[in-house]
Design a protein around this ligand. Structure first.
Ligand code: ARG
Length: 471
């Protein structure tokens, strides 16, 4: 049978293979809410402009409400022969209300319809993800506040570099995720314009009111160019780019959890909720959740690359290629949402092990820079020379199998005679972190202040958000 919607000039229905490659209903059915909302706004506008009658609009509104109910309660039958969510809904509307259903598609096309639905969907998803990022940031900031003075080794090249505080390390992630939040909010601002009314690509001769439908759907304004309105997918690309960067940040943290929870490091304990045992080795407690968070970044990055490749070289305006925008976006955003939630759970549960952190912080001559700085400050030595003297002291300590603070004053004076007793005051890890009071530095006072500020900021964002929803 020829397709009901556009079958006028076709003799036979699509072959099974054609249906297989062409139908998108299996995945785009998740746009039903947005599709119905956009259709309701469109029909209201058509009635307000006298393009369809009030009676037809009333029937359309009632029918669409019923379809929403049917889908939500699982009573709706989706048909692949009807290709996509737009035609599934329109066809059901025809079954429910008859001829007035045919008037709904006046002055629009599936091209502006799908662009509108997908913008609404991505916008809703961004709102959810932003909230999840904020909750994750709160979990990190809480850890930072609690452990603002807990000393741990800071690393470069995964080699012990200088002592830092656990709180400071946690706040580094708060900063990263705050930028991820910003990227999603930026993307949201740019995507929040309505394509509806662009029709197939050229606009329409009907006296529609695009500002009215834009407003009804919560868009800031209608898009200015009808060709761009149906062709643009950079709103998805930009959102996926933000998602890929965020997933990358999550993956870096997950890798740290894997390292930190190993027996060799023993820096943290992950709760049983996020670890699993081995089926053969009874002693094992594997950080599976962290490993999966680390790996799932691959899907999100892959989705971005997939859609970039789909879009590159596409001529304006709509081509069916663009139907391939949905699955990668769904997969990436679902995945990101899952890993954000899992990571929040792991951050909330994770318990640092102070003895291990402190012991590791003291290892590897981590206060060598403090010693060099002391030589500069107290002896007015040029830093390069101080670096050299410190190097010789490190070599000496290494030879004796101890740390810098284990060297006697005489031993140090053999290398640099002007060194005094006072030098020991900078050699301990606590002294080291306490001295790093420069803005953005690791001193516990700085960290406590910054963690508190972040917790306040996050609370104020969420107050605004719930306020907006009510208002
Ligand atoms: N299912 C299509 C998509 O997702 C809807 C738009 C179809 N438009 C068209 N001219 N065939 O892109």
């Amino acid at each position: 049978m020829a397709n009901k919607m556009w079958g006028g000039r076709f003799q036979t229905g699509p072959s099974e293979l054609m249906e297989e490659i062409n139908a998108s209903i299996d995945f785009d059915k998740r746009l039903f809410r947005q599709d119905i909302a956009a259709s309701k706004a469109h029909a209201d506008m058509l009635a307000a402009r006298g393009i369809i009658s009030e009676e037809d609009n009333a029937a359309i509104q009632k029918g669409l409400d019923q379809i929403l109910d049917e889908i939500q309660s699982g009573k709706f039958t989706f048909r692949r022969s009807l290709e996509d969510i737009h035609m599934n809904i329109e066809d059901r509307l025809r079954e429910l209300i008859g001829p007035p259903a045919g008037r709904l598609h006046t002055a629009r096309s599936r091209n502006d319809q799908v662009a509108t639905d997908f913008r609404l969907y991505v916008r809703d998803t961004i709102d959810h993800i932003v909230l999840q990022i904020e909750n994750l940031m709160r979990a990190f900031a809480e850890q930072a506040r609690q452990h603002h003075d807990l000393v741990m080794p800071g690393f470069t090249h995964l080699q012990v570099a200088q002592p830092v505080t656990f709180g400071h390390h946690m706040l580094a992630y708060v900063e990263m995720f705050s930028r991820d939040r910003g990227r999603f909010l930026d993307a949201r601002k740019r995507l929040n314009e309505s394509p509806l009314g662009a029709a197939a690509l050229a606009g329409t001769s009907f006296p529609i009111d695009r500002a009215m439908t834009a407003k009804a759907l919560g868009f800031d304004r209608p898009m200015r160019n009808s060709i761009d309105a149906v062709s643009a997918r950079d709103f998805v690309l930009e959102t996926l780019a933000a998602a890929a960067i965020c997933a990358t940040h999550l993956s870096r943290f997950a890798e740290e959890l894997v390292i930190w929870s190993s027996a060799q490091f023993g820096f943290i304990r992950l709760s049983d909720s996020f670890a699993t045992g081995s089926s053969i080795m009874p002693q094992k407690r594997n950080p599976d959740a962290a490993e999966l968070v680390r790996a799932k970044a691959g899907r999100v990055i892959g989705a971005l690359v997939t859609l970039l490749v789909v879009m590159k070289g596409l001529p304006l305006a709509y081509s069916k290629d663009m139907q391939e925008d949905k699955e990668p976006a769904f997969e990436a955003l679902d995945t990101l949402s899952l890993v954000l939630e899992v990571t929040r759970g792991m951050v909330e549960d994770m318990q640092p092990v102070p003895e291990r952190l402190r012991e590791a912080a003291a290892h590897g001559f981590s206060t060598a820079t403090d010693l060099a700085d002391w030589l500069v400050r107290k002896l007015n030595m040029p830093f390069r020379e101080a670096h050299h003297v410190t190097g010789r002291l490190v070599a000496l300590a290494e030879e004796k199998g101890g740390d810098l603070s284990d060297l006697t004053l005489e031993e140090m004076r053999a290398v640099e005679p002007r060194i005094s007793e006072d030098v020991y005051s900078v050699l301990g890890v606590d002294n080291s972190v306490a001295s790093r009071t420069s803005y953005g530095g690791t001193a516990p006072d700085n960290v406590l202040k910054m963690a508190t500020e972040w917790l306040e900021t996050i609370a104020s964002w969420q107050k605004e958000e719930t306020g907006e929803q009510k208002g």
